[in-house]
Design a protein around this ligand. Structure first.
Ligand code: DAH
Length: 360
């Protein structure tokens, strides 16, 4: 039997291997070379018909051939797999920095913008941000805030209750952010200086009320803080927030179970031709509730009222957003109407800072 020179066979097969451009083509080359009926396999089979002498020289030659072809195939396969992965990575690559729909630019909701403005002002006065859960218990929402069961002030809150637990207690949706005063005072020793924006809930709906709304709470507790600090802090806040340096204000005596004494703060405004202007004028707008933290609240949180005192305040974020940016109907805040959002929304790049300015 005449046999093709193994060297020639090897050169042909190696050329076929390196010439294979795809994994499928390479597989065909492999089958044709070292598969069950491949050329190298046939050559190996021919060893059986040889004389022992012939076999002694041809055997190592053919085995070497088979090894080199196998290695060449493995190397080429690795190259092709690498190239395939590279191609796939290129193809599936997405540029996350590109806008998905350049014609659709999103905007920041006025509530988010105003929350950031409030945080910026109070952070500058040394307050830190605190948060608490929307689902609360009776203790944090009422009892610890000096509203024990049957307290008449509870009725004013139109509370949403969740269905009862096994032990008869019912969770509720917090009716104010004052709950976080309690959480802060019970989880850390004084002093405290926190600002707490968040969602609040009451079963109420009309042009100035929605069942979900936003409040921001403030709390300062240390050994020496007094009513003068409360007034100074809030006057500074309203003037910075509304960007009116001589904004008129007044504090009216009021009642909250968790503060003693309690007050409400009004700011000056003028109304003409159905337009509201914040600043000097002959009318007043109520914007927040405040007071010196009631000693009983301190006691409820394990703080000695003979050593510590301080003030608290709470205001509606939606309401002051409406006042600042002249937005007439509160309910539209939560309608998700794109035309409204485009009109009243803010650019994502309009980050409020005291240095850069808060107003648009
Ligand atoms: N929690 C009160 C409300 O929801 C607002 C409030 C008033 C908070 C006086 C206070 C405060 O911290 O001192 O109507």
């Amino acid at each position: 039997m005449t046999m093709q020179d193994p060297k020639e066979t090897e050169a042909e097969l190696v050329a076929a291997v390196t010439g294979a451009e795809t994994l499928e083509a390479l597989e065909q080359v492999r089958v044709a070379a070292i598969g069950r009926k491949g050329r190298v396999t046939d050559l190996m089979k021919s060893l059986g018909a040889m004389t022992p002498d012939e076999r002694r020289t041809a055997g190592p030659l053919l085995n070497g051939l088979k090894d080199r072809i196998s290695t060449a195939i493995d190397t080429r396969r690795a190259e092709l797999e690498e190239a395939a992965l590279e191609a796939r990575l290129q193809e599936e690559h997405i540029d996350l920095t590109l806008p998905t729909r350049p014609e659709m630019v999103g905007s920041v909701h006025p509530v988010s913008q105003v929350t950031e403005e409030i945080i910026a002002i109070f952070a500058d006065m040394g307050f830190t941000l605190a948060e608490g859960p929307d689902i609360e218990d009776d203790f944090h929402n009422f009892t610890a805030l000096n509203m024990p069961p049957e307290h008449p002030a509870r009725q004013m809150h139109d509370t949403f209750y969740l269905s009862g637990e096994q032990d008869g207690t019912r969770k509720l949706l917090r009716t104010h952010t004052s709950t976080v005063q309690i959480r802060a005072m019970m989880s850390q020793p004084p002093p405290h200086r926190i600002i707490v924006p968040g969602r609040t809930y009451r079963s109420d709906s009309d042009i100035t009320h929605t069942p979900m709304f936003h409040q921001v709470e403030g709390l300062v507790i240390d050994r020496t803080t007094h009513m003068g600090h409360l007034k100074g802090c809030l006057i500074e806040f309203v003037r910075a927030f509304f960007d009116v340096d001589d904004l008129p204000y007044r504090f009216r005596p009021s009642y909250f179970p968790f503060t003693e004494p309690s007050a409400e703060m009004d700011i000056g405004c003028a109304r003409s031709d159905g337009e509201l202007r914040i600043g000097a004028g002959d009318e007043w707008l109520e914007i927040l509730g405040c007071g010196m933290v009631n000693p009983r609240v301190l006691e409820n949180c394990g703080i000695d009222p003979n050593e510590y005192q301080g003030f608290a305040f709470g205001m509606g974020i939606d309401r002051i957003a409406m006042l600042k940016y002249g937005i007439p109907d509160l309910r539209a805040f939560f309608d998700s109407d794109l035309r409204w959002l485009r009109h009243y929304g803010f650019s994502a790049l309009d980050v409020p800072t005291l240095a850069g300015g808060l107003a648009r």
